[in-house]
Design a protein. Structure first.
Length: 173
């Protein structure tokens, strides 16, 4: 009987901890913008899908090296419930000049400065911090399950997407 009095609160605390950890991933900031074809792209309409949102720039040497790896990833997940988006603060003209030489296998979102601000973190002084490339993997419920900035995170993105889709995902390398 004494053990049950001790175990009940412990079980209650553990149950609360597991429930809280399920909700610990932050909600992805909503956005509504246009892709290179002029079609409206809204995060709220992507519920039920896994979304990779990457921020990049035509002037980013790291991005130049990561884009082919992201293109390969996008091809590997073709036909799955995954949406790949590449947001950039640059204009359509700047992006068009770049993608003639460096094609993308997924949607590019030009003029995305405001979206970038929504996803940026803040330093101790309140200044926005984001670097290129930046990656945000958003789950089917609209929560950011993985984020990273800088070089060599495509493998982590791949793992996060596979985890969110379930272990039955078979992608060729």
């Amino acid at each position: 009987m004494k053990i049950m009095r001790i175990l009940k609160p412990l079980i209650f605390v553990l149950a609360l901890t597991f429930a809280a950890s399920a909700q610990s991933a932050p909600k992805a900031p909503e956005f509504s913008t246009f892709n290179m074809d002029g079609a409206k792209v809204e995060l709220k309409k992507m519920k039920g899908k896994v979304v990779l949102l990457t921020f990049w720039s035509t002037r980013c040497p790291i991005c130049h090296r990561e884009i082919p790896r992201l293109n390969k990833l996008a091809k590997n997940f073709a036909g799955k419930d995954v949406i790949f988006l590449a947001a950039t603060p640059e204009t359509e003209q700047q992006v068009n000049a770049y993608i003639r030489r460096n094609p993308f296998e997924f949607d590019i979102l030009p003029n995305s400065s405001q979206m970038m601000i929504k996803y940026a973190s803040r330093d101790a002084s309140g200044r926005y911090r984001i670097s290129y490339p930046a990656y945000f993997v958003i789950d089917r419920t609209g929560r950011v399950q993985m984020s990273a900035m800088g070089w060599n995170h495509v493998d982590k993105v791949d793992e996060a997407i596979k985890r969110l889709l379930g272990n039955s995902v078979d992608t060729a390398d």
